[in-house]
Design a protein around this ligand. Structure first.
Ligand code: HEC
Length: 202
């Protein structure tokens, strides 16, 4: 051992392993904080909950080569402008409802879940809602009685009645509207949005 060079010694490699592990641990902690900041509501890619007070639309970004959610003029959900806290409470109610009713058993949300039914990430902007002016009411009606208001996405699959109350349905709509404002880098791919005013892409 005494004859070997320093870089081939066991103690050098032991120390190196400890230092590298300790350094990477610090990097991991810093990256975790950085990521948490980016995925918290209120960041440029994940808007604050009060975004449900505004019109959200979709525009093709030629540089990014995918559709981007755009936050437009004031257009309060259910015609009532909410404070940040009220918006957070309503979106939370919707999120809790999607968890309690296990929507992911059939749908994907931000890519997570099952493939039986359409992805819900941009459901707020889905072409299925006919027109922006009637969308909120149609969504509530559908969520409370999906079996009686089938949307028919070219399949015979029907969403079962999950016993969602009107209040919960309002929360779900708020949650879906908020989720549609998240910049998901073009996910879901090939999603076709409800016709957009002044947009020639449709
Ligand atoms: C058992 C499977 C199943 C579960 C659970 C389920 N869904 Fe669905 N959902 C469907 C099917 C199937 C469709 C397509 C229905 C149609 O075309 O009528 C659908 C359609 C939808 C749509 C319309 C999608 C769009 O892009 O316009 C929304 C919104 C929706 N579901 C929300 C929910 C929410 C919120 C939950 C949980 C509270 C939920 N679903 C739970 C099967 C399910």
């Amino acid at each position: 051992m005494s004859n070997s060079t320093w870089w081939a010694s066991e103690s050098f490699w032991r120390k190196t392993a400890i230092w590298v592990t300790a350094f990477m641990l610090v990097v991991l902690i810093l990256l975790t904080f950085d990521t948490v900041k980016k995925i918290t509501a209120g960041h440029s890619k994940v808007p604050a909950y009060s975004v449900i007070n505004n019109r959200i639309y979709y525009k093709y970004d030629k540089e990014e080569e995918h559709y981007m959610p755009i936050i437009g003029a004031e257009a309060p959900l259910f015609g009532k402008k909410l404070t940040e806290q009220e918006a957070k409470d309503l979106v939370s109610l919707g999120k809790m409802t999607t968890q309690a009713k296990n929507c992911m058993n059939c749908h994907t949300l931000l890519g997570n879940g099952a493939y039986y039914a359409p992805d819900l990430t941009k459901a707020w902007l889905d072409q299925g809602w006919a027109a922006e002016s009637v969308r909120e009411d149609l969504m509530i009606k559908f969520l409370m009685n999906p079996d009686k208001n089938p949307r028919g996405y070219g399949s015979k699959r029907k969403m079962p009645n999950l016993g969602i109350t009107e209040e919960e349905a309002r929360g779900v709509v708020a949650f879906l509207k908020w989720m549609s404002s998240i910049d998901t880098n073009g996910f879901p791919n090939k999603f076709r949005s409800i016709p957009q005013e002044g947009d020639n892409d449709y």
